[in-house]
Design a binder for this molecule. Structure first.
Ligand code: AMP
Length: 549
């Protein structure tokens, strides 16, 4: 017998309608590339998203057609999220920090029909002129006063003119909740980027999860500022979760440095934020140098790569609670969050920090499986390693246009490519990406564990650990560091730092000091390039005295 409840589909447009109807006067504040701060409300945003949906109607698009966006976090990008998905098209967010060839590959693979791009990305667009010539239109997200002339791209359309000419009022269609709503490509440090095609249902369910108290814990009382870009897994769902609960949204635009973030957080009384560790490193260092504090921030979600324990401490010392979380483009992204349970209250501060530094426990809806090399589940003892597989309503069942990926080889599961431990409470700790773990003499060394230790050293600004080939051991770890200005760090310091904290055989043999550590387009350590740096040092033989750089 079927239940007798109404069958209302979970649609992206339902979030917008809710925010406009019941939180219509709540503010959305954006730093713009044109310069000034822009302010308006959810009701304003909904009206402009309706105009946008009407404007899109004139291009002869089919339902499910992909519309590219290349933009920072801001109000026009938000209108695109809702106007595109709400009208039955697919919002394809493109990471502008990728190499030009990768952007061209992604746009061709996705078969984007229209591209909406931030004014400041004109040089990227001009370099991609061949790819863009296959589109129906390229729209610059600015007003007439700021429209540039481009000889390479003469047909550019102005966003404000486009939506200004369209009528207000639009009936959001009652779509199938399983229809595609968004598309995001993985950053692909090896091989071609892979597309993850989200549905309305997965997006809404994920946003409801993000809002939960043990995840972002966002409410109508909050002022939320996702620092994670809207092109990195939909800013981890915050552009959907905030309007869902009626929270104020604060969008940082193009400026990610410590001074600008701190100013924005203070001016807009931001209470919640989320981003990758590299950005927080910049903010915390700037605040320490300038003796600043937070007056409103209460919680920061750190994810994308492992949060070093020292970073959790530094935020806590500033009165901010850290929520360490794990996710992937393929998992929308939220899968694990590291909130302590009531029974953990009696633990020592050190033990609490150790737990908070893990990636956390599964959120409801997500099921995890940790397999050893024999394909059998590893013991839940917090020390045995295994490959992490996941399934759930917001996990990719296959890649867009690429159904036969090895990550989906086990029926009904997605292989994350992460090596992890799991304990009796279900707390999962990421040991490493499968390809980043250092395999030394049959033992596995976690690059993350070593990086976390190194990160706490006063001389070190940022640390990475990568494998180098070794005739005897197979691989050995090398520590690669960027130092703080004027600081010194030797091989001797390194051995002293690690001794007593990790087994002797896991201590790196060498340290390489570099001017800057390279990062991926989403702000993570770019291990392929760091390995290449180490290989170059090996070739020139500068590791002989144990210290290079
Ligand atoms: P992406 O799809 O670009 O977001 O990358 C997903 C990968 O980032 C995961 O498979 C993990 O290896 C890594 N990752 C995400 N969050 C964390 C975290 N909190 N700690 C360690 N690694 C993480």
């Amino acid at each position: 017998m079927l239940g007798q409840m109404m069958d209302s589909p979970l649609l992206v447009s339902s979030i917008l309608r809710h925010a406009a109807n019941y939180h219509g006067d709540t503010e959305i504040v954006s730093r713009t590339v044109e310069g000034p701060i822009h302010r308006y409300t959810y009701a304003d945003m909904a009206r402009r998203a309706e105009r946008l949906a009407n404007a899109l109607g004139q291009f002869g698009l089919e339902p499910g057609d992909r519309i590219g966006t290349m933009a920072w976090n801001g109000y026009r990008h938000l209108e695109l999220y809702y106007g595109i998905s709400g009208s039955g098209l697919v919002c394809h967010t493109i990471n502008p920090r990728l190499f030009r060839e990768q952007i061209a590959f992604i746009m061709e693979h996705a078969q984007d029909r229209i591209l909406f791009a931030e004014l400041s990305f004109l040089p990227i667009l001009e370099a991609l002129a061949d790819t863009l010539s296959q589109l129906k239109a390229v729209v610059l997200m600015t007003d007439e006063a700021h429209m540039p002339r481009s000889d390479v791209l003469p047909g550019l359309i102005c966003y404000e003119t486009l939506i200004g000419a369209a009528s207000e009022g639009y009936d959001w269609p009652l779509l199938d909740e399983n229809a595609a709503s968004g598309l995001c490509y993985t950053s692909g440090t090896t091989g071609d980027p892979k597309g993850v095609l989200y549905s309305h249902r997965s997006t809404v369910l994920h946003a409801m999860t993000v809002a939960l108290p043990d995840v972002l814990g966002i409410s109508v009382m909050d002022s939320a500022s996702p620092i994670v870009p809207m092109f990195h897994v939909n800013a981890w769902g915050i552009p959907y979760a905030a309007p869902m609960v009626g929270a104020k949204l604060v969008m940082h635009g193009p400026k990610l440095d410590g001074a600008n973030l701190h100013e924005l957080f203070e001016q807009e009384a931001v209470t919640l934020t989320a981003g990758v560790p590299t950005v927080w490193l910049g903010l915390l260092d700037w605040m320490d140098t300038h003796a600043r504090s937070f007056s409103s921030l209460r919680r920061v979600l750190i994810g994308g790569s492992a949060s070093p324990p020292i970073m959790i401490r530094r935020f806590e010392e500033k009165g901010v609670q850290v929520l360490h979380a794990w996710g992937m483009t393929e998992t929308s992204p939220i899968g694990l969050t590291a909130t302590l349970a009531a029974k953990h209250e009696r633990l020592s501060e050190e033990d609490k920090l150790a737990l908070k530094s893990k990636q956390g426990r599964p959120v409801f809806g997500m099921e995890f499986r940790v397999d050893g090399t024999d394909g059998q589940p590893v013991p839940r003892d917090g020390t045995s390693f295994g490959s992490m597989l996941v399934r759930g309503p917001w996990v990719a069942g296959s890649y867009f246009g690429n159904p036969a990926s090895p990550a989906h080889r086990i029926q009904g599961w997605f292989d994350t490519g992460d090596v992890v431990t799991i304990d009796a409470d279900g707390f999962i700790q990421i040991v490493d990406r499968t390809k980043d773990v250092v395999k030394s003499g049959g033992e596995w060394i976690s690059s993350i564990e070593l990086e976390n230790i190194a990160q706490a050293h006063p001389a070190i600004k940022e640390a990475a650990v990568v494998a180098r080939p070794d005739e005897h051991w197979g691989e050995r770890p090398v520590l690669v560091v960027q130092l703080k200005p004027g600081a010194h760090f030797s091989r001797h310091d390194m051995v002293e730092l690690f001794t007593g904290r990790i087994p002797k055989w896991s201590i790196p043999d060498e340290v390489l000091i570099v001017d800057e550590l390279p990062h991926t387009a989403t702000g993570k350590l770019l291990k392929t390039a760091i390995r290449e740096m180490v290989m170059n040092e090996l070739r020139v033989g500068s590791f002989d005295d144990g210290i290079a750089g």
